[in-house]
Design a protein around this ligand. Sequence first.
Ligand SMILES: Nc1ncnc2c1ncn2[C@@H]1O[C@H](COP(=O)(O)OP(=O)(O)OP(=O)(O)O)[C@@H](O)[C@H]1O
Ligand SMILES: [Mg+2]
Length: 246
Amino acid sequence: MLEIKNLKVSVDEKQILNGVNLSVGPSETHILMGKNGSGKSSLLSTIVKNPKYKIDGGDICFCGESIAEKSVCDVARAGIFLSFQNAPAISGLSISMLLKNSVNSVRKARGEQVLTAPEYFKLAQEYCNLLEIPNDWLKRQVNLGFSGGEKKKISMLEMLFLKPKLALLDEPDSGVDVDAVNIIAKAIDYLKPFGTSFLIVSHYEKLISLSKPNFVHIMQDGKIVESGDVTLAQKILKNGFGDDEK
Ligand SMILES: Nc1ncnc2c1ncn2[C@@H]1O[C@H](COP(=O)(O)OP(=O)(O)OP(=O)(O)O)[C@@H](O)[C@H]1O
Ligand SMILES: [Mg+2]
């Protein structure tokens, strides 16, 4: 589904990714770990085609097609979703408007019917219940005045509506209380039967174990230097990245 080959990326002439290789198959869950500044968020921003991140070499293929020349809108319509490490606030835009417009744009691109108002309200009710979000949040402006943990739940609400083929979650559990981590894990579980693949940046044991990853990768200096199963994450959580990191 996602094939990244020898990806080299720079921002403002500074090389940040130095030959990333990564393959994510359908319905797989991958955890990405690495020291601060190792390039995890940059990798996710590059996959969603944030125009600041310039691809200098290598390629990113999604569902068999290169997305290196595609726009952020193209990749969103193709079914890639990013939950930001630090989600921006959008004043003047309600969460409801964002959800309706983004889901209908993706549905149109897939050749599906747009959501009617009653269908939207039914889904909003279901997902707010699942995420323990009060209904009145829907009328509030996107991420404006919300706490860090509340913003992470709003991202999960967007993800449930969009039902992406590939969800990139950048530290969905940082700054989140114990109960909310369980709720984020529930959102991930909810999407798994739809065939969604996940690439999740996390350094917390709870979400890593609850998300039942197939693979764990370690990033260092803009490269994936080690991959393994969940025992690799357990080793890092116990011993740190240390000097023996490859
Ligand atoms: N827009 C930018 N301008 C300059 N440098 C940048 C930019 N974006 C990223 N970088 C640099 O690239 C490196 C990788 O940053 P990135 O945010 O990808 O790291 P990270 O692994 O996500 O770290 P963290 O665990 O702290 O979130 C850092 O040294 C960062 O300063
Ligand atoms: Mg980051």
